[in-house]
Write a protein that binds this ligand. Structure first.
Ligand code: GLU
Length: 377
């Protein structure tokens, strides 16, 4: 299996119709496919738009009131009305294929790598995947605002790239209304537009010349947003394919290694990117010293770090911060994101994980650093 963890991005024009009704045929085909993929042990995460598109129905009923509002607040109201409708359809339809779904609404600042919320979101998504529940993720349009710098993704293409980075997805499939990226806009220039099968590298120039704005007023993406998002995802170690979402079977074909849509190979290996980030962000003043047993387990078997193997903790840090891991000789052997603060680790060091609850009165995670958040150096 070339890919295991896959993010599928679904835009407004696929999931909703012009009048705001949800496209239940599409959702039901997607559910059947996800059932098959779940059985084949693929790990699926969906990033879905459609909140604003589905909320559009209410505007007809309360038009005059809305005409006096500014654009952002209208969209926020529509998203607030539409999001539960989108989730209701996913839940009801996926349920028929025996798949449980969950909702995650995010703003950009919550999943910036320097925030402790980053770890909470990552851990939650990974737990859901483990439980075979498919997370359906959207931007939290009601709270994220353009005015606050770094707060808004702005479009779900970008959100899907950040999510791929967050959970180390191997593949991001962006479902589009086109078959992929063309040399020119196929709607305006059908004679000459040629589908590009593969991009080795996207340049800034190409983002500007090939990309256009969204043709659908209800969504915010467009090809230009897609290309920028792809750049983020491929730099994070994720392969990306843009393909036509009107045929859900395209997803299966991609997983069978058929050349469908436009392919963008990852520019780095996930582990290299992660390592770089963890190493760049660690400081010797925040460290955890571990015993020989834990050292062997981490370096030879890539295991998580449990409290039992911890001898000492140095420095002041919160849960979600990067710490370095030292062996008894004070040599740095690994770096990782701690699920506990230094104060908490001081209380649980040397203890079995099942005792965390008695000592702290709560448990963030069984391990102090999960193996997904840890790299040996
Ligand atoms: N978050 C928006 C929605 O659910 C869509 C953003 C986009 O079109 O990319 O309606």
């Amino acid at each position: 299996m070339k890919y295991k963890r896959i993010v599928i991005k679904i835009g407004t024009s696929l999931i909703t119709q012009n009048n705001g009704d949800l496209n239940t045929i599409f959702i039901s085909e997607l559910a059947k496919l996800c059932e098959k993929l779940n059985e084949s042990k693929y790990e699926i995460v969906i990033v879905s738009s459609g909140a604003i598109g589905a909320g559009i129905k209410i505007i007809n009923e309360t038009k005059d009131h809305f005409l006096n509002q500014n654009q952002t607040s209208i969209k926020q109201v529509l998203a607030s009305v539409g999001q539960p409708l989108v989730m209701k359809s996913y839940q009801e339809i996926f349920d028929q294929s025996n798949i449980q779904t969950s909702q995650i609404l995010l703003t950009r600042k919550e999943i910036s790598e320097d925030k402790s919320t980053y770890l909470n979101v990552k851990n939650t998504i990974e737990k859901l995947i483990e439980l075979k529940i498919i997370p359906i993720i959207n931007e939290n349009d009601v709270v994220s605002t353009e005015e606050v710098e770094g707060d808004k993704f702005g479009d779900n293409d970008t959100l899907s790239a950040y999510v791929s980075n967050l959970i180390d997805a191997n593949l991001l499939i962006i479902l589009s209304s086109l078959d992929g990226v063309y040399t020119s806009d196929p709607n305006l220039d059908p004679e000459n537009a040629i589908l590009i099968k593969e991009f080795k590298d996207i340049t800034f120039n190409e983002i500007n010349t090939l990309g256009g704005p969204s043709s659908d007023k209800r969504g915010t993406g467009g090809m230009s947003a897609k290309l920028k998002a792809i750049e983020i995802a491929s730099m994070s170690g994720t392969d990306v394919v843009i393909t036509n979402g009107n045929n859900v079977n395209n997803i299966e074909k991609i997983l069978r290694n058929e050349k469908i849509g436009t392919f963008f190979p990852a520019k780095s290996k996930i582990i290299e990117r992660k390592k770089k980030w963890l190493v760049n962000n660690m400081s010797r003043s925040k460290s955890i010293t571990i015993d020989d047993g834990a050292k062997a387990a981490i370096t030879n078997n890539n295991t998580s770090l449990l409290p039992a193997g911890i001898i000492n903790v140095i420095g002041t840090f919160k849960a979600g911060e990067v710490v370095c891991i030292l062996d008894k000789e004070k040599k740095i052997i690994a770096s990782g994101i701690s699920s506990y603060s230094n104060k908490e680790i001081n209380k649980i060091k040397g203890k079995q994980s099942e005792n965390i609850i008695n000592i702290l009165g709560y448990v963030h995670t069984e391990e102090v650093i999960h193996k997904n958040n840890l790299v040996s150096i």
